[in-house]
Design a protein around this ligand. Sequence first.
Ligand code: FAD
Length: 351
Amino acid sequence: MANIVVVGAGVSGLTTALLLSKNPAYNVTIVAKHMPGDYDIEYTSPWAGANFSPHTNDERGPWERNTFPELYRLANDVPESGIHLQDSLVLNRTKDLESGAAMSLSADLNPWYKDVVPDYRVVPLSELPPGYDSGLRHSSVCINTAIYLPYLVGQCLANGARISRAELSHIADAASLHHSGKPADLVVNCTGLLASKLGGVMDAKVVPVRGQTVVVRNEATPMIATSGTDDGPDELCYIMQRAAGGGTVLGGTYIVGSWEAAPDMETAARIMKRAVEVCPELAGGKGVKGLSVVRHGVGLRPVREGGVRVEKEKVDAVWVVHNYGHGGWGYQGSYGCSQRVVELVGEALAA
Ligand code: FAD
């Protein structure tokens, strides 16, 4: 048996722990400062939309390609995972693509994922809402994070993993926290944004990108994301109806470098106005006053300059496999990244 400690109980840590715990040769402990059920500005995963909406050919593609089949299987076959099927509609304005707006979504009408997601199609011009120049539509999934994260915890526990709370000041300290009481053979680092502050890692390339949302009781389908807004380069417009009574998440913002945890009510008003403009049905045609707000939220995307870090290294004689820095795609790349972690764990333990 190899003793493994996974640090982090966000979607990255829990998915990695789930895959590792399927191997009877691995004895897995999850250690985290924050757990599903917590809402904290240092803990990104509960705040996400969360859906599968890839961008065009960038470094994320392979991770996302390897993730979609599992999310799709869960949506079809495992209702208790809190994932359901939803069409995804991406609306582009040429001016956003030219200006490099934060959400300059798939300008490429022939993207890599067109053969990965079912029912991929280019929306005819005649079917686009006014003001948009092109559109893409495909089958996708939307994840109710309040159900899915506890579901992952349950799957890990069912596989024999143990979970405990701890706040680490150095990644190598995790090696002494295995539930067996013996030193861990390997540590997996899934600390998200806090990888920027954790001793032994201190990754200055990881920065917060602030996303403000409004969760409403109203429901409408399909999910919609637009390439930009007229309210500034760091404001977004997206609508995601979550599974199983999770309401609909309206977004958002993309503010680089901000750690501000409090929602801004003027921003919230703009988010709701944009949502009912692009999707009047959401509020039964009544505009913003037709929305029933559950809560305002702020989450910080763990964006890493140069991309996600999935690699192994020795820190103070302890093998560490890193899996952090997933920015705004931690769910839609979760299985792809975790599968690579499993490979790296095997390589490190064999070294
Ligand atoms: P986190 O969820 O932050 O988890 C980090 C874990 O590490 C926590 O348990 C924390 O307590 C623990 N930890 C950290 N430091 C320590 C320490 N020193 N000691 C002990 N424990 C520690 N992604 C998508 O795929 N699709 C979407 O639609 C989507 N929408 C989003 C919308 C918003 C508004 C936001 C903010 C994000 C969105 N994302 C989306 C991105 C996604 O939420 C993140 O990429 C993902 O949640 C990152 O997960 P993580 O597990 O790496 O980090």
